[in-house]
Design a protein around this ligand. Structure first.
Ligand SMILES: [Zn+2]
Length: 403
């Protein structure tokens, strides 16, 4: 397939840590700008195994990636089991099909790919030179060893990545609830011990879902997407359009991190929080080392990349799964209520109210809900119709908790 769009920058060109660049250069692929499938992810001590030791030690899951710029129709094979295939394309959101191959090379059935939450970075220079983000999807691959794409006329696939998200090899630690903030007055809602303590009990910190912090950094150790903090104005709920019955949600969170931080070149995962079907809440976008997820010491929220055009001051919460037809589980809903109530209390937001969002970058104002879904801000299916229909109940319960 002829693809006329600019190819994504290679990992080396993006300025990933020197250890990664050295490894790629040794393979002769660092500047070639060709698919990395043949170079990445050897089963024996692959790049991730050695690269990651410098940042978080052996506790990090062994994440391996094969990246393919301007993918065509040929079968792409990997030497590692694929957790998920990340795709970026322009044209029809329903114009891509994919089939997976097992280790012996046997193909599975063709499946339609559904574009996921169209989250985006406000300052992103879109590769497709469009005013809207391209379509993106994360397709579960269930340990397959290859994939093949088929696209409609008018569809241009910009990039495909095959991700082995690895496995956590140790017990998960969670953040204590009610972690004190330096800025929070002693009587502030959300203080430790209250019904809306922040962070909620059981929240899984980045280090404990296996976030490799090196992926956020440039070769000289700077944040490739510097953290910016602003006053909170709204809370927005998304879904990830990944399988509802997810056997390893933490691996899915790592795969999303890989796609957002590296493939999309955003420098981090786009959401501030994620919630799985068992109700486990995961810390998303990095916000510092003070132990307060998503916030700085002044109580401002770190800008994520989840609601294109409305990111600063908007807290993004992603529900793991495709919630177009299937409702959030009761545990997922309960955690969403607890999390949104604790955030609303912390920032004195009324979950039942509307807000006039003021863009700190453009100065433009837009009316929207204090606690809403992605589709309240832009034209999208996200967070899925089933989750969206649940939001009035979530708002009501969150409001009750904050009273
Ligand atoms: Zn969304």
């Amino acid at each position: 397939m002829n693809n006329t769009y600019p190819r994504p920058r290679t990992q080396a060109e993006r300025g990933l840590p020197a250890s990664r660049r050295r490894f790629l250069a040794a393979l002769g692929t660092a500047t070639a700008g060709v698919p990395l499938l043949a170079a990445c992810g050897t089963d024996a001590g692959g790049p991730a195994a050695s690269d990651h030791r410098g940042s978080m030690g052996d506790a990090l899951p062994r994440v391996r990636v094969s990246q393919e710029a301007s993918p065509g129709h040929e079968v792409k094979r990997t030497s590692f089991p694929i957790t998920a295939v990340g795709l970026t394309w322009t044209g029809s959101p329903r114009g891509v099909r994919l089939r997976l191959f097992d280790r012996s090379g046997k193909p599975g059935a063709w499946q339609n790919v559904t574009a996921g939450c169209p989250c985006g970075k406000d300052t992103e220079t879109l590769r497709a030179k469009s005013t809207t983000p391209p379509n993106r999807a994360l397709v579960p691959a269930h340990g397959s060893y290859g994939y093949q794409l088929d696209v409609d006329a008018g569809v241009k696939v910009i990039e495909a990545i095959a991700i082995d998200a690895g496995h956590l090899g140790r017990k998960r630690r969670t953040a204590p609830s009610g972690t004190p903030s330096k800025s929070a007055p002693a009587t502030a809602p959300g203080a430790s011990g209250s019904a809306v303590a922040f962070p909620p009990p059981g929240l899984v910190l980045r280090a404990d879902w296996g976030a490799d912090e090196a992926k956020r950094l440039t070769a000289d150790g700077r944040e490739s997407s510097p953290t910016r903090f602003t006053r909170v104005q709204a809370i927005t709920v998304h879904h990830t359009a990944t399988p509802v019955d997810d056997p390893d949600p933490a691996a899915t969170v790592r795969a999303i991190y890989e796609q957002h931080a590296v493939s999309n070149d955003w420098g981090d995962i786009g959401y501030n929080f994620l919630i799985d079907r068992q109700g486990v809440i995961y810390e998303g976008r990095y916000s510092g080392t003070d132990g307060i997820p998503a916030h700085n010491a002044d109580g401002e929220v770190v800008t994520g990349f989840h609601t294109f055009g409305f990111n600063p001051g908007n807290i993004g919460i992603a529900l793991l799964g495709d919630l177009g037809k299937q409702k959030p589980s009761s545990r997922m809903r309960d955690s969403l209520v607890r999390l949104t109530a604790s955030l609303a209390a912390r920032h004195e937001l009324d979950p039942l109210a509307g807000v006039t969002y003021l863009s700190p970058t453009s100065g433009k104002t837009t009316d929207g809900p204090a606690l809403g879904g992605h589709r309240d801000w832009t034209s999208t299916e996200c967070p899925g119709s089933a989750a969206y229909l649940d939001l009035p109940d979530v708002r009501e319960r969150a409001a009750q908790l904050t009273r």
